[in-house]
Design a protein around this ligand. Structure first.
Ligand code: ADP
Ligand code: MG
Length: 707
C-alpha cells in the first residue's frame, strides 16, 4: 500500500531512512568485492557522521570497525539496517530488527517479487512482519539512499559516484538509471541533496519519497525515473502538490503503437498503453523529458536559478551566429524576445561600445569586456518587460574573460531573474579553465551549445507555467437527474449486452444534457415512416442490433433519405443485406454539411478514466488527431483539448469556412466527464461523430460499453 500521509508524518516516517544516526550492516563482509563490504567502505570514504555497526557472526572487525555477531549485541539504538543476506533468511532478520526497534531497513538482497511467485511469498512474509513492528522497508532488490548533507554524509548505497551537496534530488526504481543520472549530474558538477533507488519498492513508495523530497529544504529540483506507477492516484495527489513548490523533472516512458492494430476507431484503442504516464505528468505539472541528457542539463538550471515570472527573455551576446541558433530554440520553447524600453536603450547607448547592437539581442560585440556585459546585464535586470536572461559568451582572447565572468556571477547572485549562459570556449587552455571556474563557482549554469542552453531556459519557463496552472474544479451540473440516469443503466445491465442499445444510449445522453439529433427507434417499416414524418425529411436510417457495432461497415447506415418510398426500399435492402434477425431501425434527422468530431471515454486500470477529443468520422482512423486527458476534466482542460489537437485551426475556421461553436463542444466534453464520475461502471464510450453545423453541435452516433 502506498501511504499518502500528512506532511509531518512523512518526515517522521522517512527520517530514519534518509537521516540515520546509526546504521547496522547485516551481512557485513570482509571480502572486498561484496556488497556487505562496499557499503561500509562507501560510508567511511564519504565521511558518514553517524555510527556504523557491521553485523557478522564470525568477524571481530570489518574495515577497522568493531563488528557484532548479531544486532542484539549492539549496545546502542539503530536507526537503519542494511540487509545483505540470502533472501530466505530475510523474514527472520526483519523479526529481529523489529525486536531491536530498528525503524527502517534497506534490503539490498534480491530474490523476491522479481523472481516470481516464491519470491513474492517471501516478500509478503517479511513485509507482514515489518508492518507488525512499524518498520519501513526500502527495496528489496535495490541500491539504497544517499544524503549529501555535510552534517550527515550518509552513503547507504553500493554505487561509485560521490556527489557534492547541492539542489538536485534523484528518485528512481531502477538502480541502473538512478546511478547513471547521478553520474551525469556529477559530471556536470551539479550538486545533489538526496538519492533513492528502491528496486521492488514493496513498501516505501515513489510518491512517499517525492513527498519527502518536497519537504527537504536542500532539494531544489526532483529528478524522477519510473517505468510505471503502481498507484497512480497516490502518485498524482503527491505530485500535484509538490510541483507547486518545486519542479519535478521526469523521463517520459516509451510510447507503443499498440493502438494502431485495432481496426475499431474507439477511444480505448486510441489510448496507447503508456499514454497514462504522460497524462499524469501533464495533469500534475511534472516536466517531461524525452532524453536523459536534456533532463540533467535542465536540472543544472533548476538547481541554481530562480523561476522566471513569464516568457520574456533578454539575450546578451558577444557573437552573432550562436545568438541566432539560441533565439530559434528560445522561441520554439515559447519564449519571447521582447523589445527594450527607450530608457534601457538610452542607457546602453551611453555604456556600450559604438559597434554594439542595441536591441534584443544586445550584441556587446567580441571586443566588449566586463563593463559592457555588466551594463547589459544591469539594464535587463531592471527592465520590467524582461523575465529571464540568456547570455551567449565566447571567450574572445583579446578580452579579460575572467572579468566578464565575475560580472555575470555578481548579477546572477542577486537571484532576481534566471540567467543561463551558453559558454563557448576551449577548456584545454588553462586561462579559460579559470574563467569557467569563476562561472561555475558563482552558480551560473553554463552550457557548451546554444540549443542546449536555450532548452534549459525553456524548461525553467515551462515549469513557471506548470507551477501557476490552476485547472480549477470540474463543473457540477447539478441539474442532471442522476436517478433517472441510474435507472436507464440498470435496465441496460438487465438486458445483458456489452454495448447498450441505441435507445438507452440516446436516453442517457439526453439526461446528461448532450445535444442529439432527433431520433426514434422503430421495429418495422410503418413505424419508420411514421417516425420520419414526425422528424421531417430528409432522414438517416441505421440498422440497430446488439450484434452490430460498426454499422456503416455492414451497410447499416443510409443517409439523405427524402421520402417514404426511399425509406421503405432502404430498410428492405438493409434487412436482406445484413441478415440479422430481430433487427430494429434508428431513424434520425439528416444533418447536412457538418464537421465531424469525436469525443469519448476509456477506462485505464488504476487511474480511472480518460476523456478523448478529436476529429471524428473517418479522420479518427486516418489521422488519429485526438487528445486525451485524465477525468475529471475542468473547463480549462476542455478548452486545452480543443486547442491542442493538430487540426485545432480547423475548429476556428479556415479560408472562408466557418468555425465551430467551441463552447458547445467543451460543454459536451465536460458533461461526458460528469457522466463518468457518476457512473464509473461505464468502460468505454464513443460519440462518433459529433456533427458541428453552423452554430450547433449534435451527437448522431454513440456507443456505450458497460461491461
Ligand atoms: P457507424 O459509426 O456505426 O458506422 P454512424 O452512425 O456513425 O455509424 O454513421 C456513419 C457516418 O454516417 C457518420 O460518420 C456520418 O458521416 C454519417 N451520418 C450518420 N448519421 C448522420 C446524420 N444524422 N446526419 C448526417 N450524417 C450522418
Ligand atoms: Mg459512428
Amino acid at each position: 500500500m502506498e501511504n499518502t500521509s500528512s506532511k509531518k508524518n512523512i518526515v517522521q516516517e522517512l527520517d530514519p531512512l534518509f537521516k540515520p544516526k546509526s546504521i547496522a550492516i547485516i551481512g557485513a563482509s570482509q571480502k572486498d568485492l561484496s556488497i556487505g563490504n562496499v557499503i561500509i567502505k562507501n560510508l567511511l570514504s564519504y565521511g558518514y557522521k553517524g555510527k556504523i555497526y557491521p553485523i557478522n557472526p564470525s568477524m571481530p572487525e570489518i574495515r577497522g570497525i568493531k563488528a557484532y555477531p548479531t544486532i542484539f549485541d549492539v549496545p546502542d539504538e539503530i536507526d537503519l539496517a542494511h540487509v545483505i543476506i540470502p533472501s530466505k533468511f530475510v523474514p527472520q532478520i526483519i523479526e529481529d530488527c523489529g525486536k531491536k526497534n530498528i525503524k527502517a531497513v534497506i534490503i539490498n538482497s534480491a530474490g523476491f517479487s522479481e523472481m516470481g511467485e516464491e519470491g513474492m511469498a517471501l516478500q509478503n512474509e517479511f513485509l507482514a512482519i515489518a508492518k507488525k513492528y512499524g518498520i519501513r522497508i526500502f527495496g528489496p532488490n535495490c541500491q539504497g539512499i544517499i544524503n549529501t548533507d555535510p552534517e550527515l554524509k550518509a552513503y547507504c548505497d553500493f554505487t561509485f559516484t560521490f556527489p557534492e551537496p547541492g539542489g538536485a534530488s534523484i528518485v528512481a526504481l531502477s538502480g541502473g538509471v538512478g546511478a547513471f543520472i547521478m553520474q551525469s549530474l556529477f559530471d556536470l558538477e551539479i550538486g545533489m541533496s538526496l538519492y533513492a533507488s528502491n528496486g521492488n519498492a514493496c513498501d516505501v513508495s515513489i510518491p512517499e519519497i517525492i513527498e519527502y523530497y518536497g519537504e527537504d529544504e536542500a532539494t531544489k529540483a526532483i529528478i524522477l525515473y519510473t517505468e510505471g506507477l503502481s498507484n497512480p492516484k497516490a502518485f498524482m495527489k503527491v505530485a500535484a502538490s509538490v510541483t507547486k513548490k518545486k519542479p519535478i523533472l521526469a523521463m517520459k516512458s516509451g510510447r507503443t503503437e499498440e493502438g494502431a492494430k485495432a481496426a475499431a476507431s474507439h477511444t480505448g484503442s486510441l489510448a496507447g498503453v503508456d499514454i497514462s504516464t504522460e497524462l499524469i505528468f501533464e495533469k500534475t505539472g511534472i516536466l517531461p523529458f524525452n532524453n536523459e541528457e536534456e533532463m540533467c542539463q535542465a536540472a543544472m538550471a533548476f538547481s541554481t536559478q530562480p523561476i522566471p515570472k513569464g516568457n520574456r527573455v533578454g539575450v546578451i551576446t558577444n557573437t552573432g551566429g550562436p545568438a541566432v541558433i539560441a533565439t530559434d530554440e528560445l522561441v520554439s520553447a515559447g519564449l519571447h524576445l521582447s523589445p527594450l524600453s527607450e530608457r534601457a536603450k538610452g542607457k546602453l547607448q551611453q555604456t556600450l561600445l559604438p559597434e554594439a547592437t542595441i536591441g534584443n539581442p544586445i550584441d556587446v560585440v567580441a571586443t566588449g569586456g566586463g563593463v559592457h556585459f555588466r551594463s547589459a546585464l544591469d539594464v535587463l535586470m531592471e527592465e520590467d518587460s524582461i523575465d529571464s536572461i540568456f547570455v551567449n559568451f565566447v571567450t574572445a582572447p583579446f578580452t579579460d574573460t575572467d572579468e566578464v565572468a565575475r560580472n555575470i556571477v555578481e548579477v546572477s547572485q542577486l537571484k532576481k531573474k534566471p540567467i543561463i549562459c551558453n559558454f563557448m570556449t576551449n577548456l584545454s587552455l588553462e586561462r579559460f579553465q579559470v574563467t569557467a571556474k569563476i562561472l561555475k563557482d558563482g552558480g551560473v549554469p553554463c552550457y557548451s551549445f546554444p540549443t542546449t542552453a536555450a532548452k534549459a531556459l525553456g524548461a525553467l519557463y515551462k515549469y513557471s507555467l506548470a507551477k501557476n496552472r490552476e485547472i480549477g474544479l470540474p463543473k457540477a451540473y447539478t441539474e442532471i437527474d442522476i436517478k433517472e440516469a441510474k435507472s436507464i443503466i440498470e435496465l441496460a445491465k438487465l438486458e445483458g449486452n456489452t454495448y447498450m442499445t441505441s435507445d438507452k444510449v440516446f436516453q442517457l445522453l439526453s439526461v446528461y444534457g448532450l445535444p442529439i439529433a432527433d431520433w426514434a427507434l422503430v421495429n418495422n417499416i410503418p413505424e419508420a415512416i411514421a417516425a420520419a414524418k414526425k422528424i421531417g425529411y430528409p432522414v438517416v436510417v441505421k440498422a440497430e442490433s446488439p450484434e452490430l457495432v460498426h454499422k456503416s461497415d455492414k451497410g447499416g447506415v443510409a443517409i439523405n433519405i427524402k421520402n417514404a418510398e426511399e425509406l421503405q426500399s432502404t430498410i428492405e435492402k438493409m434487412k436482406s443485406g445484413i441478415g440479422i434477425k430481430d433487427m430494429k431501425f434508428l431513424v434520425q434527422k439528416f444533418l447536412i454539411g457538418g464537421k465531424e468530431l469525436i469525443a469519448g471515454i476509456s477506462k485505464k486500470e488504476g487511474l480511472g478514466h480518460l476523456i478523448m477529443f478529436g476529429l471524428g468520422g473517418i479522420y479518427v482512423e486516418v489521422l488519429k488527431d485526438v487528445i486525451f486527458k485524465i477525468a475529471p476534466v475542468t473547463e480549462l482542460e476542455a478548452n486545452e483539448m480543443l486547442s491542442s489537437i493538430k487540426a485545432s485551426k480547423l475548429l476556428d475556421g479556415v479560408r472562408g469556412q466557418l468555425g465551430i461553436n467551441k463552447s458547445k463542444v467543451t460543454d459536451i466534453i465536460q458533461r461526458l466527464s460528469k457522466l463518468i464520475s457518476d457512473f464509473p461502471i461505464v468502460e468505454e464510450m464513443d460519440l462518433n461523430p459529433i456533427l458541428a453545423i453552423g452554430d450547433d453541435v449534435f451527437c448522431v452516433d454513440a456507443r456505450i460499453k458497460i461491461n
